[in-house]
Design a protein around this ligand. Structure first.
Ligand SMILES: Nc1ncnc2c1ncn2[C@@H]1O[C@H](COP(=O)(O)OP(=O)(O)OP(=O)(O)O)[C@@H](O)[C@H]1O
Ligand SMILES: [Mg+2]
Length: 320
Protein backbone atom coordinates (compact mmCIF):
# COMPACT_ATOMS: atom_id res chain seq x y z
CA UNK A 1 0.00 0.00 0.00
CA UNK A 2 1.29 3.47 -0.82
CA UNK A 3 1.39 5.91 2.08
CA UNK A 4 0.76 9.53 1.11
CA UNK A 5 3.29 12.26 1.73
CA UNK A 6 1.09 13.95 4.34
CA UNK A 7 0.82 10.79 6.40
CA UNK A 8 4.54 10.06 6.11
CA UNK A 9 5.48 13.49 7.47
CA UNK A 10 2.77 13.23 10.08
CA UNK A 11 3.99 9.78 11.16
CA UNK A 12 7.58 11.02 11.53
CA UNK A 13 6.52 13.88 13.78
CA UNK A 14 3.97 11.84 15.69
CA UNK A 15 6.60 9.17 16.29
CA UNK A 16 8.98 11.62 17.91
CA UNK A 17 6.31 13.19 20.07
CA UNK A 18 5.11 9.77 21.17
CA UNK A 19 8.67 8.72 21.99
CA UNK A 20 9.13 11.86 24.06
CA UNK A 21 5.88 11.25 25.94
CA UNK A 22 6.89 7.63 26.55
CA UNK A 23 10.24 8.69 27.95
CA UNK A 24 8.57 11.08 30.38
CA UNK A 25 6.01 8.46 31.41
CA UNK A 26 8.10 5.31 31.91
CA UNK A 27 11.60 6.57 32.72
CA UNK A 28 12.56 8.29 35.92
CA UNK A 29 13.13 11.56 34.05
CA UNK A 30 11.46 14.42 35.87
CA UNK A 31 11.24 18.10 35.20
CA UNK A 32 11.21 20.25 38.31
CA UNK A 33 10.46 23.95 38.65
CA UNK A 34 12.76 25.75 38.58
CA UNK A 35 14.48 23.37 36.16
CA UNK A 36 17.70 21.68 37.25
CA UNK A 37 20.84 21.92 35.12
CA UNK A 38 20.95 18.18 34.27
CA UNK A 39 17.27 18.16 33.42
CA UNK A 40 17.72 21.13 31.05
CA UNK A 41 20.69 19.36 29.43
CA UNK A 42 18.67 16.15 28.91
CA UNK A 43 15.80 18.09 27.35
CA UNK A 44 18.16 19.98 25.03
CA UNK A 45 19.99 16.82 23.94
CA UNK A 46 16.67 15.08 23.26
CA UNK A 47 15.51 18.09 21.26
CA UNK A 48 18.68 18.14 19.15
CA UNK A 49 18.43 14.41 18.46
CA UNK A 50 14.77 14.76 17.50
CA UNK A 51 15.47 17.71 15.17
CA UNK A 52 18.42 16.01 13.44
CA UNK A 53 16.51 12.77 12.93
CA UNK A 54 13.51 14.72 11.65
CA UNK A 55 15.66 16.70 9.21
CA UNK A 56 17.29 13.51 7.89
CA UNK A 57 13.95 11.82 7.31
CA UNK A 58 12.40 14.88 5.69
CA UNK A 59 15.40 15.40 3.46
CA UNK A 60 15.00 11.92 2.11
CA UNK A 61 11.44 12.79 1.23
CA UNK A 62 11.97 16.31 -0.09
CA UNK A 63 15.48 16.00 -1.60
CA UNK A 64 14.08 15.04 -5.01
CA UNK A 65 12.01 18.27 -4.96
CA UNK A 66 15.18 20.34 -4.57
CA UNK A 67 16.77 18.50 -7.48
CA UNK A 68 13.60 19.02 -9.48
CA UNK A 69 13.61 22.78 -8.86
CA UNK A 70 17.27 23.01 -9.85
CA UNK A 71 16.69 21.03 -13.05
CA UNK A 72 13.64 23.13 -13.90
CA UNK A 73 15.78 26.25 -13.65
CA UNK A 74 18.56 24.97 -15.89
CA UNK A 75 16.95 22.56 -18.33
CA UNK A 76 17.92 23.21 -21.95
CA UNK A 77 15.75 21.79 -24.71
CA UNK A 78 18.73 21.88 -27.03
CA UNK A 79 20.23 19.12 -24.91
CA UNK A 80 17.42 16.63 -24.99
CA UNK A 81 17.04 13.65 -22.70
CA UNK A 82 17.68 15.36 -19.34
CA UNK A 83 15.32 13.27 -17.20
CA UNK A 84 15.24 13.00 -13.41
CA UNK A 85 15.16 9.70 -11.60
CA UNK A 86 11.89 8.90 -9.83
CA UNK A 87 13.09 7.83 -6.37
CA UNK A 88 9.94 7.22 -4.33
CA UNK A 89 6.45 6.33 -5.30
CA UNK A 90 4.86 9.29 -3.52
CA UNK A 91 3.56 12.77 -4.35
CA UNK A 92 7.09 14.05 -4.99
CA UNK A 93 7.81 11.05 -7.20
CA UNK A 94 4.66 11.77 -9.18
CA UNK A 95 5.62 15.44 -9.60
CA UNK A 96 9.05 14.34 -10.93
CA UNK A 97 7.33 11.86 -13.22
CA UNK A 98 4.98 14.57 -14.50
CA UNK A 99 7.96 16.86 -15.10
CA UNK A 100 9.72 14.15 -17.10
CA UNK A 101 6.57 13.65 -19.15
CA UNK A 102 6.29 17.37 -19.74
CA UNK A 103 9.91 17.52 -20.98
CA UNK A 104 9.16 14.63 -23.31
CA UNK A 105 6.21 16.50 -24.81
CA UNK A 106 8.10 19.81 -25.01
CA UNK A 107 11.03 18.17 -26.78
CA UNK A 108 8.74 16.43 -29.26
CA UNK A 109 6.80 19.62 -29.86
CA UNK A 110 10.01 21.57 -30.33
CA UNK A 111 11.39 19.01 -32.78
CA UNK A 112 8.19 19.19 -34.76
CA UNK A 113 8.15 22.98 -34.81
CA UNK A 114 11.86 23.17 -35.68
CA UNK A 115 11.36 20.76 -38.57
CA UNK A 116 8.48 22.82 -39.91
CA UNK A 117 10.41 26.09 -39.65
CA UNK A 118 13.46 24.60 -41.38
CA UNK A 119 11.37 22.99 -44.10
CA UNK A 120 9.63 26.31 -44.76
CA UNK A 121 12.99 28.08 -44.81
CA UNK A 122 14.46 25.59 -47.28
CA UNK A 123 11.38 25.81 -49.50
CA UNK A 124 11.67 29.59 -49.55
CA UNK A 125 15.35 29.36 -50.43
CA UNK A 126 14.61 27.01 -53.29
CA UNK A 127 11.97 29.47 -54.55
CA UNK A 128 14.36 32.43 -54.40
CA UNK A 129 17.13 30.39 -56.04
CA UNK A 130 14.79 29.41 -58.87
CA UNK A 131 13.68 33.00 -59.42
CA UNK A 132 17.27 34.20 -59.42
CA UNK A 133 18.40 31.51 -61.79
CA UNK A 134 15.42 31.54 -64.13
CA UNK A 135 14.45 35.21 -64.15
CA UNK A 136 17.57 37.23 -63.38
CA UNK A 137 19.95 34.70 -64.90
CA UNK A 138 17.97 34.41 -68.14
CA UNK A 139 17.63 38.17 -68.40
CA UNK A 140 21.36 38.65 -67.97
CA UNK A 141 22.09 35.94 -70.50
CA UNK A 142 19.78 37.75 -72.91
CA UNK A 143 21.64 41.01 -72.36
CA UNK A 144 24.94 39.24 -72.97
CA UNK A 145 23.67 37.87 -76.29
CA UNK A 146 22.37 41.28 -77.31
CA UNK A 147 25.69 42.90 -76.48
CA UNK A 148 27.40 40.26 -78.58
CA UNK A 149 25.33 41.10 -81.62
CA UNK A 150 26.01 44.81 -81.49
CA UNK A 151 28.66 45.98 -83.92
CA UNK A 152 30.55 49.18 -83.32
CA UNK A 153 33.06 50.79 -85.59
CA UNK A 154 35.15 52.90 -83.23
CA UNK A 155 37.86 51.29 -81.09
CA UNK A 156 36.63 53.26 -78.09
CA UNK A 157 33.10 51.91 -78.55
CA UNK A 158 34.39 48.35 -78.83
CA UNK A 159 36.27 48.73 -75.57
CA UNK A 160 33.19 50.02 -73.76
CA UNK A 161 31.17 47.19 -75.18
CA UNK A 162 33.71 44.67 -73.98
CA UNK A 163 33.62 46.23 -70.50
CA UNK A 164 29.85 46.01 -70.43
CA UNK A 165 30.00 42.33 -71.38
CA UNK A 166 32.54 41.66 -68.66
CA UNK A 167 30.27 43.30 -66.06
CA UNK A 168 27.27 41.30 -67.19
CA UNK A 169 29.29 38.08 -67.14
CA UNK A 170 30.46 38.75 -63.59
CA UNK A 171 26.91 39.57 -62.49
CA UNK A 172 25.81 36.29 -64.04
CA UNK A 173 28.50 34.49 -62.07
CA UNK A 174 27.31 36.14 -58.85
CA UNK A 175 23.72 35.15 -59.54
CA UNK A 176 24.80 31.53 -60.10
CA UNK A 177 26.88 31.55 -56.91
CA UNK A 178 24.10 32.97 -54.73
CA UNK A 179 21.57 30.65 -56.29
CA UNK A 180 23.70 27.58 -55.62
CA UNK A 181 24.34 28.77 -52.05
CA UNK A 182 20.61 28.98 -51.55
CA UNK A 183 19.87 25.64 -53.15
CA UNK A 184 22.67 23.08 -52.88
CA UNK A 185 21.63 21.05 -55.92
CA UNK A 186 24.84 19.07 -55.73
CA UNK A 187 23.80 17.68 -52.37
CA UNK A 188 20.72 16.04 -53.80
CA UNK A 189 22.42 14.94 -57.02
CA UNK A 190 25.89 13.82 -55.94
CA UNK A 191 25.76 13.50 -52.16
CA UNK A 192 27.38 15.09 -49.15
CA UNK A 193 31.07 14.59 -49.92
CA UNK A 194 30.79 16.12 -53.40
CA UNK A 195 28.70 19.00 -52.11
CA UNK A 196 31.15 19.72 -49.29
CA UNK A 197 34.10 19.49 -51.68
CA UNK A 198 32.43 22.06 -53.91
CA UNK A 199 31.51 24.22 -50.91
CA UNK A 200 35.07 24.32 -49.55
CA UNK A 201 36.46 25.00 -53.02
CA UNK A 202 34.20 27.98 -53.74
CA UNK A 203 34.59 29.24 -50.20
CA UNK A 204 38.40 29.14 -50.36
CA UNK A 205 38.36 31.05 -53.62
CA UNK A 206 35.84 33.70 -52.52
CA UNK A 207 37.20 34.31 -49.00
CA UNK A 208 40.89 33.89 -49.91
CA UNK A 209 41.44 31.55 -46.98
CA UNK A 210 43.37 28.30 -47.24
CA UNK A 211 40.85 25.50 -46.81
CA UNK A 212 42.07 22.03 -45.92
CA UNK A 213 39.32 19.50 -46.49
CA UNK A 214 39.73 15.93 -45.32
CA UNK A 215 36.73 13.77 -46.03
CA UNK A 216 36.26 10.07 -45.42
CA UNK A 217 35.05 8.81 -48.76
CA UNK A 218 32.77 6.06 -47.45
CA UNK A 219 29.94 7.41 -45.34
CA UNK A 220 27.17 5.37 -43.74
CA UNK A 221 23.68 5.95 -45.06
CA UNK A 222 22.42 9.37 -43.99
CA UNK A 223 18.90 10.68 -44.39
CA UNK A 224 18.45 13.63 -46.74
CA UNK A 225 17.57 15.70 -43.67
CA UNK A 226 20.84 14.78 -41.94
CA UNK A 227 22.91 15.50 -45.05
CA UNK A 228 21.27 18.88 -45.40
CA UNK A 229 21.89 19.63 -41.71
CA UNK A 230 25.59 18.80 -42.02
CA UNK A 231 25.88 20.82 -45.21
CA UNK A 232 24.16 23.89 -43.74
CA UNK A 233 26.25 23.66 -40.55
CA UNK A 234 29.45 23.55 -42.60
CA UNK A 235 28.18 26.45 -44.69
CA UNK A 236 27.30 28.58 -41.65
CA UNK A 237 30.62 27.73 -39.95
CA UNK A 238 32.58 28.77 -43.04
CA UNK A 239 30.53 31.97 -43.36
CA UNK A 240 31.36 32.75 -39.75
CA UNK A 241 35.05 32.12 -40.40
CA UNK A 242 34.96 34.52 -43.34
CA UNK A 243 33.02 37.15 -41.43
CA UNK A 244 34.52 37.04 -37.95
CA UNK A 245 37.62 34.89 -37.59
CA UNK A 246 40.35 36.75 -39.51
CA UNK A 247 41.79 33.28 -40.06
CA UNK A 248 44.48 32.26 -42.51
CA UNK A 249 43.38 28.67 -42.79
CA UNK A 250 40.47 26.46 -41.93
CA UNK A 251 40.28 22.68 -41.66
CA UNK A 252 37.11 20.87 -42.59
CA UNK A 253 37.07 17.20 -41.53
CA UNK A 254 34.41 14.62 -42.14
CA UNK A 255 34.97 11.35 -40.33
CA UNK A 256 32.66 8.39 -40.23
CA UNK A 257 32.17 4.94 -38.86
CA UNK A 258 29.20 2.69 -39.57
CA UNK A 259 26.90 4.40 -37.09
CA UNK A 260 27.98 8.02 -36.85
CA UNK A 261 29.39 10.93 -38.83
CA UNK A 262 31.54 13.63 -37.30
CA UNK A 263 32.02 17.00 -38.98
CA UNK A 264 34.68 19.37 -37.63
CA UNK A 265 35.35 22.90 -38.87
CA UNK A 266 38.39 24.44 -37.20
CA UNK A 267 39.92 27.83 -37.97
CA UNK A 268 43.08 29.51 -36.71
CA UNK A 269 41.49 32.93 -36.22
CA UNK A 270 40.90 35.26 -33.30
CA UNK A 271 38.47 33.01 -31.39
CA UNK A 272 35.03 33.78 -30.02
CA UNK A 273 36.27 36.45 -27.62
CA UNK A 274 33.32 35.93 -25.32
CA UNK A 275 30.74 36.20 -28.09
CA UNK A 276 27.48 34.48 -27.24
CA UNK A 277 26.72 31.13 -28.83
CA UNK A 278 23.09 31.31 -27.72
CA UNK A 279 21.61 33.32 -30.58
CA UNK A 280 21.72 33.65 -34.33
CA UNK A 281 23.71 31.38 -36.55
CA UNK A 282 25.48 29.40 -33.85
CA UNK A 283 22.23 28.55 -32.11
CA UNK A 284 20.66 27.70 -35.45
CA UNK A 285 23.47 25.20 -36.06
CA UNK A 286 22.83 23.54 -32.69
CA UNK A 287 19.12 23.31 -33.47
CA UNK A 288 19.81 21.67 -36.81
CA UNK A 289 22.07 19.12 -35.15
CA UNK A 290 19.54 18.31 -32.42
CA UNK A 291 16.71 17.97 -34.96
CA UNK A 292 18.50 15.12 -36.71
CA UNK A 293 19.35 13.42 -33.41
CA UNK A 294 22.89 14.74 -33.22
CA UNK A 295 24.82 17.12 -30.99
CA UNK A 296 26.95 20.16 -31.68
CA UNK A 297 29.77 21.59 -29.66
CA UNK A 298 31.56 24.92 -30.12
CA UNK A 299 35.03 25.01 -28.60
CA UNK A 300 38.05 27.23 -28.53
CA UNK A 301 41.11 24.97 -28.86
CA UNK A 302 44.22 25.85 -26.86
CA UNK A 303 46.00 26.63 -30.13
CA UNK A 304 43.48 29.43 -30.81
CA UNK A 305 40.59 29.90 -33.20
CA UNK A 306 37.19 28.27 -33.08
CA UNK A 307 36.21 24.65 -33.54
CA UNK A 308 32.70 23.54 -34.41
CA UNK A 309 32.13 19.79 -33.91
CA UNK A 310 28.92 18.12 -34.86
CA UNK A 311 28.17 14.45 -34.54
CA UNK A 312 25.09 12.87 -36.08
CA UNK A 313 23.80 9.31 -36.09
CA UNK A 314 23.59 7.40 -39.35
CA UNK A 315 20.19 6.56 -40.75
CA UNK A 316 18.59 3.77 -38.75
CA UNK A 317 20.99 3.92 -35.81
CA UNK A 318 18.58 5.71 -33.47
CA UNK A 319 18.25 9.39 -32.61
CA UNK A 320 15.38 11.78 -33.39
N1 LIG B 1 34.84 31.27 -36.41
C1 LIG B 1 34.67 32.34 -35.61
N2 LIG B 1 35.75 33.09 -35.23
C2 LIG B 1 35.59 34.16 -34.43
N3 LIG B 1 34.41 34.59 -33.95
C3 LIG B 1 33.30 33.90 -34.28
C4 LIG B 1 33.38 32.74 -35.13
N4 LIG B 1 32.13 32.26 -35.26
C5 LIG B 1 31.32 33.07 -34.56
N5 LIG B 1 32.02 34.07 -33.97
C6 LIG B 1 31.48 35.09 -33.06
O1 LIG B 1 30.27 34.62 -32.52
C7 LIG B 1 29.23 35.53 -32.79
C8 LIG B 1 27.95 34.76 -33.02
O2 LIG B 1 28.00 34.04 -34.25
P1 LIG B 1 26.64 33.75 -35.01
O3 LIG B 1 26.94 32.93 -36.20
O4 LIG B 1 25.70 33.17 -33.99
O5 LIG B 1 26.12 35.18 -35.39
P2 LIG B 1 26.58 36.13 -36.59
O6 LIG B 1 27.48 35.39 -37.53
O7 LIG B 1 27.12 37.39 -35.99
O8 LIG B 1 25.20 36.43 -37.27
P3 LIG B 1 24.28 35.41 -38.08
O9 LIG B 1 23.07 35.21 -37.22
O10 LIG B 1 23.99 36.08 -39.38
O11 LIG B 1 25.06 34.13 -38.27
C9 LIG B 1 29.70 36.33 -33.99
O12 LIG B 1 29.13 37.59 -34.00
C10 LIG B 1 31.19 36.39 -33.78
O13 LIG B 1 31.53 37.44 -32.90
MG1 LIG C 1 26.97 33.52 -38.30
Amino acid sequence: MRVGLFWRVFAVNAGFLALLALLLLVTPVTISAPIALTEAAIVLVALVIALVANALLLRRTFGPLDRLVRRMGTVDLLEPGQRLEVEHDDEVGRVVEAFNGMLERLEAERRERGRRVLAAQEAERVGIARDLHDEVGQALTGVLLQLGSITVSSAEGRQELEEARRSVRSALGEVRRISSELRPEMLADLGLVSALTELTRTFGRAARIRVEPSFDAALPRLSAETELALYRIAQESLTNVARHARASRVQVDLKADESRVLLVVRDDGVGLDGASTEYGGLRGMRERAVLVGGALEIREPAAGGVEVRVEVPADGSGGG
